[in-house]
Ligand binder design. Sequence first.
Ligand code: AR6
Length: 177
Amino acid sequence: MGMPSEHQIQVERGDITRQTLDAIVNAANSSLLGGGGVDGAIHRAAGPSLLAECREIRRTTYPNGLPTGEAVATGAGDLPCRWVIHTVGPDRRAGQTDPKLLASCFDSSLAEAVRVGARSMAFPAVSAGVYAWPVEQVAEIAVRAVRSSPLMSDIELVRFVLFDEIVLGAFQSALAS
Ligand code: AR6
């Protein structure tokens, strides 16, 4: 159970809803009922069954919402992956500036992936959009969390899928250092 090798971690520019890996991670909010950014794109591409599953999770497991730093898996509706893993990043605008909260999103998402049996997964730049974290910090925390995770012994591939050139560059730098 050694450290993950570099070929297990990739970065790529693109739209995460097009990924055909086992699971994609959604940068959700604690309501799990959708929003803008990557959350909106995932719900649009997945179709209504995703929202129905999220409502059911709220009803049964998280009546007060999914706490920041945690993750929960659903099916993927019409998406070409098998699971969507919803996580809630810290919101810098609300004063959530603890890097551990953001690292926890990546740890919790890996744990959900392993729990459901996903072997490959894609992450977006959680908290780097509406939640206003600096992209360099997100990239550094994300790459460190995945690299140091003992759960990577059960995961074949983690791919960071970044929407624009600036975020891609930050993740490339983090991976190179
Ligand atoms: N594929 C990959 N990355 C994307 C895509 C996409 N299709 N669309 C946007 N991004 P954000 P947050 C990038 O704001 O900061 C939502 O309303 C985007 O360019 O989606 O965690 C939720 O409901 C940015 O780099 O997530 C929450 O309320 C990154 O995804 C809140 O926003 C994350 O930006 C969460 O904010």
